[in-house]
Design a protein around this ligand. Sequence first.
Ligand code: DC
Length: 212
Amino acid sequence: MVVAIDGPAGVGKSTVAHWVADTFDFFNLNSGAFYRAMAVKVLDAGVNARDENDVITAAESAELDIIGGRLYLDGIDVEDRLRTDQVDQWSSIISTIIPVRHIVNRHLRRIAGTISLVAEGRDMTTVVFPDAEVKIYLEADPLVRARRRFQQGTSSRSLEEIENSIRERDHRDRNKKEGSLLIAADAVVLDTSTLTLAQVYEKVSGLINSYL
Ligand code: DC
């Protein structure tokens, strides 16, 4: 069974997907982490994120694996390098490059195999797992998302800078030639600006239970 969850940056997808995966003992596939690991690969290779051909070459040679719930790039655990401001920005830029999306999608489908999973990202419900049994789209006001990110204390930026960066990433996410952020016709839409993440979790769990 596949539970696919999409939505913009900072909407609470990862938290909800993690809780749901724990509850139902499903594999948690965080597709954003794969774009982030590709950004780390590009950074370490000394390639400029806007040099498409060099980015594609670097992405092609990246070996990605999940071991013990942590993401490994070329045999090294990079989980602790994925959430910096620079990786936020670079992963957003390189995710607009179509061949990079195809490379990431290949990794996602290989790792997903035939196990039950919760897959979250931008195009899980539409492109990567269009036959998912449960599809959810989470949304929230950009300012609410920026406040949440600010309160996490993991960014060195001001609230206003975070909000601007979120709006910039939303714009890129919604204007991709492929894998753009869209609401699948058969997705259940939940607005997390007016719900706590615990309430979102309850609703998503309810949808899975009614399917099971
Ligand atoms: O969900 P996230 O913020 O960790 O994702 C990091 C970047 O990767 C984000 O800027 C958008 C991109 N992304 C994507 O293009 N498609 C996905 N399925 C998941 C993430």
